[in-house]
Structures are given as structure tokens and as C-alpha cells.
Ligand binder design. Structure first.
Ligand code: GAL
Length: 322
């Protein structure tokens, strides 16, 4: 997914630090977001966090929660003006047994297009209050902005799936990347040709490293995977790993962030990396700045990301060009 137009060339300087508004001047509500580029339009998908944040009792970690509002969609042609497209994946109310109930967890939605089936496919983390369900949910639509029909959820190959992302490779194969084994590993699983189910082909990577919030991209035949450490909604240092083959072997590198506050990913957590235009190696690092006691008020951080000789650099808003 690369972009070449003039409007997008400027986007290499695009930065977001704080709130994002749509063209109706409403706050954009799209957290743990991902991006789809289709026929000249960007589609931003994210978690709708709306309502009172509460702390789940009797947990051995700080588990703040907000009602799961489903998945929103916004569209743009320049990455700056975002038109609200509505709810791409609707939640249901009053049915705790339903994966999409507002009392459950619906996080980190990502969408890719299947050019063979001509369907848009969304994968999303589905969970319960205690995050013990750890399922990957899948939904499908004929149109990029949806509405998406929910097909159900599973544990790929019996493996837990929490924070996740999707990656569609140049050969059309697609992969689900998810924190697994109680967040002790990441796994990368090849999806079926229609992208609707996991295949049995998967690998375990970053073993015992306790990583989450995966964001995977490819540049000059190399794969890059940015992750965060696990510390709930609190910010921590990012790290990245690289591989010449998506199915391994992955090598863990250092922190891609540079400068002030790099130890907290500039007080944010990764969610997606958007490639900007071909042959220049310009990307946007998209992250969430969580407000754990009022999750609806969580902010966004989008920063330019560069790759030089296989090394990722993300500079803080203060040090990079506006
Ligand atoms: C984060 C994770 C978020 C959310 C949160 C719950 O670490 O990246 O997506 O699940 O934990 O505390």
C-alpha cells in the first residue's frame, strides 16, 4: 500500500499530537486504529470508546475498561480531512454471551481488501472483562466503509489472540499477527486465501518478551514489526524486530524512538504504520496516547517514521519537521 500523489507527498510531514476532528468538527473516535487505502481513499478504522471508564474489580492488574462501542470508520483523500463514515462494525447491547456486546472487549480492528473475492475483511481482538477469552474475530463487507457482517471468533490453532494487526503482502497472502500465550509471545499466522480463517501455518516469535500492540510493515523486501511492552494502558518503550521472511526468522532490535520521551514512545503505544510513497521509505507511525481513567478522552500521536539502512527512526514531535 503506497501513495504517490502530490497531496500525499506532503503527508510525510503530517503530524498529529492530541485530538483529531472529522469534517463535522466532531472528535474522531478511532482508537487502536488501522488504515486501509482503496481506490485513492484512506479509510481509518478504530475502536469506539464511549462512556464511563471503570476499573474491573478483583484483577491482579490495573484493568480499566470502557463500554465496547464497536468499530468506527472515517475516510480521507489527504490524511488531514476526515469524513465520518459511520459505525463499520456495530456492537450489540444486553447480550453478554455475544462477542460484540458493549460489555465485552472489541479492540485493535484492522481491515484489508481481498482482490480475489472482492471483499473487505476485518480482524479484531474480541475479549471478556478479564481478557481471558483472547479470541480473534472476523467480519466481512462488500464496501470499504462497511457495514461489516460479523462471522465469529476463534483462537487460531487453539492459540490465544489479543493485541493484533493484519498484514497483506505483495503476493496477496495475508497474515494475522497477535500477542499470544498470555502475551509471552507474538505469533504470525498465514490466513486462508479468502482471509477469513487462520491456516495451520503459524510461527511463534519474540518468545518470553512480553510484547503487544503490533504494527507490521515491509520496506525494500524486509519486514519490520514494532511492538510495545505490556503495561496495560501505561506507556512503555517500543522495540522493533526485523525479518527477511515474514515467517521467520525475526531478530529483535532496539527502540525505534529517538529523543526526549523515547523511553515511553513519546507517551504513547503503537497501533499501525502507514507506508506513504514508494521508493522514499516514508511512513507514518500511528499510536494511541491512552487516558486510562477516561479512555474516551484518549489522544492520538502520528509521527513521521523513516528507515535508513534497515534502521527505524521515529522522532518526537518536538524534534521533527512540522
Ligand atoms: C494494552 C493493550 C490495549 C488494551 C489494554 C488493556 O496494553 O495494548 O489494546 O488491551 O492493554 O489494559
Amino acid at each position: 500500500m503506497f501513495f504517490k500523489t502530490d497531496a500525499l507527498a506532503q503527508a510525510s510531514n503530517l503530524q498529529v499530537d492530541g485530538k483529531l476532528y472529522d469534517t463535522d468538527k466532531n472528535l474522531i473516535n478511532a482508537h487502536g486504529a488501522g488504515m486501509l487505502f482503496h481506490k485513492g481513499i484512506y479509510y481509518l478504522f478504530g475502536e469506539i470508546k464511549k462512556g464511563t471508564t471503570w476499573e474491573v474489580p478483583n484483577q491482579n492488574w490495573e484493568d480499566y475498561r470502557v463500554p465496547a462501542g464497536g468499530v468506527s470508520c472515517y475516510s480521507s483523500t489527504d490524511l488531514k480531512h476526515w469524513k465520518y463514515q459511520g459505525i463499520a462494525l456495530s456492537p450489540v447491547t444486553g447480550d453478554q454471551a455475544n462477542d460484540l456486546d458493549t460489555g465485552r472487549v472489541i479492540e485493535r480492528p484492522k481491515v484489508i481488501y481481498n482482490s480475489k473475492t472482492k471483499k473487505f475483511v476485518m480482524w479484531v481482538h474480541i475479549d471478556k472483562n478479564d481478557y481471558g477469552y483472547a479470541h480473534a474475530g472476523v467480519a466481512i463487507s462488500d464496501k470499504p466503509a462497511g457495514p461489516y457482517s460479523y462471522l465469529g471468533s476463534s483462537r487460531p490453532n487453539g492459540q490465544m489472540a489479543r493485541d493484533m494487526t493484519l498484514f497483506k503482502d505483495d503476493d496477496g497472502k495475508a497474515y494475522l499477527i497477535y500477542a499470544s500465550e498470555n502475551n509471552m509471545t507474538m505469533q504470525i499466522c498465514l490466513l486462508s486465501d479468502d482471509y477469513l480463517s487462520p491456516t495451520t501455518k503459524y510461527i511463534r516469535i519474540l518468545e518470553n518478551q512480553h510484547r503487544e500492540a503490533p504494527a507490521l510493515f515491509k520496506w525494500q523486501k524486509k519486514y519490520y514489526l514494532i511492538t510495545s511492552l505490556c503495561s496495560g494502558w501505561d506507556a512503555n518503550p517500543a522495540k522493533y524486530a526485523t525479518a527477511n521472511n515474514i515467517m521467520g526468522k525475526w531478530e529483535q532490535k532496539g527502540n525505534p524512538c529517538i529523543g526526549k520521551d523515547s523511553a515511553t514512545t513519546f507517551n504513547s503505544q503503537s497501533t499501525y504504520v502507514l507506508p506513504l510513497y514508494k521508493n522514499k521509505g516514508a511512513f507514518i507511525f500511528m499510536a494511541d496516547r491512552w487516558n486510562k481513567t477516561n479512555l474516551e478522552k484518549s489522544d492520538y500521536l502520528w509521527l513521521p517514521l523513516t528507515v535508513t539502512n534497515g534502521k527505524i527512526e521515529i522522532k518526537s514531535a518536538e524534534t521533527s519537521v512540522r
